[in-house]
Ligand binder design. Structure first.
Ligand SMILES: Cc1cc2nc3c(=O)[nH]c(=O)nc-3n(C[C@H](O)[C@H](O)[C@H](O)COP(=O)(O)OP(=O)(O)OC[C@H]3O[C@@H](n4cnc5c(N)ncnc54)[C@H](O)[C@@H]3O)c2cc1C
Length: 281
């Protein structure tokens, strides 16, 4: 197997265009598992770890641009105040070794509905920046991820970064798993409050072919919350919000949990998350 190791971003894009069959690699925490289990035998590996530009992040004009090679550990340490939902999700990923190695770009590249970085990014309206020698394009995550482990990345494209606004209000991330660490989510839920716009953003993880934004629940909560007075949400409204989130999920029965359990758990996570987030205002 050929190993391509571009030294910088232009070289990486050139290599990608010249070797469309090569599998990009950063932390390798998904790629190496597939190789080791013989699920994948690519003609080449495109190792991006020498491309320094991918490790950078910046804040400009009220938006963050975070390079695809930023690890979970760095997201927690460096971006935790600006992106508390993503940081909370990052803390639940794997173990310290996986968080030191694995990247949010890799989570986007794998496009698994169980990818923990994805729900907070959806809930905050993030966009992914894709690049090739032909140019760059930016897409909302809902347009980038099209199915389980499927996305619209072209064979000559790489993920350059994601773009997202720093939190404008409280953010929450909750995950149900069969143990506390090193666990794939049975289901997960992310919530972002945008008090200035009087808007609520949500996303369900691991309970459908892709992460799912619970749009009806968002609209319901946005209308019912007492944005001016700040009184806590009524129990009946929290319950209804939870029901709407559960109804938006599209889970299956599998080894990790039944569809019915996932819907129920999501309803509970949703109503708790909304109450917690409101309490943090
Ligand atoms: C023990 C263990 C525990 C884990 N626990 C969790 C967990 O709790 N939650 C969770 O969400 N995940 C978990 N994972 C999965 C994995 O760590 C994450 O998906 C991680 O984000 C992958 O990042 P990476 O940099 O290692 O990606 P890689 O393995 O290098 O790549 C992943 C995919 O993205 C593509 N890719 C990477 N970078 C780019 C780029 N710049 N442009 C285009 N394509 C790119 C690769 O080709 C590949 O398809 C775990 C994995 C292991 C081995």
């Amino acid at each position: 197997m050929e190993l391509l190791q571009p030294a910088d971003w232009p070289e990486a894009l050139e290599a990608r265009a010249a070797h469309p069959g090569a599998v990009p690699l950063w932390g390798g925490t998904d790629v190496m598992v597939d190789l080791n289990f013989g699920r994948e035998r690519p003609e080449a590996i495109l190792d991006l770890t020498r491309v320094r530009a991918l490790t950078e992040w910046e804040e400009r004009d009220g938006r963050l641009r975070v390079g695809a090679g930023v690890t979970y550990t760095r997201a927690i340490d460096e971006l935790g105040e600006r992106l508390p939902g993503l940081a909370a999700a990052s803390r639940t990923v794997g173990s310290p070794q996986i968080r030191n190695r694995g990247t949010i770009g890799g989570n986007l590249g794998s496009s698994s509905p169980a990818g923990d970085a994805l729900p907070p990014l959806y809930a905050s309206g993030a966009e992914v920046e894709l690049a090739s020698a032909r140019g760059t394009r930016r897409l909302p995550l809902g347009e980038f991820i099209t199915g389980p482990k499927r996305n619209v990345l072209e064979p000559d494209e790489l993920i350059a970064a994601f773009h997202v606004a720093p939190a404008q209000g409280p953010q929450q991330f909750s995950k149900v798993g069969t143990r506390n660490a090193m666990v794939i989510a049975v289901c997960s839920f992310a919530l972002a409050l945008h008090p200035e716009e009087r808007r609520v953003g949500t996303c369900i993880g691991s309970a459908g072919p892709t992460p799912i934004v619970a749009t009806e629940a968002d609209a319901f909560a946005a209308e019912r919350l007492d944005w001016d007075g700040g009184t806590p949400p009524q129990q009946a409204d929290l319950t209804r919000f939870g029901e709407l989130v559960g109804a938006a999920a599209s889970p299956i029965d599998d080894v990790r949990g039944s569809a019915a359990y996932r819907r129920h758990a999501l309803s509970v996570l949703a109503r708790r998350s909304l109450a917690w987030a409101w309490g943090e205002r």
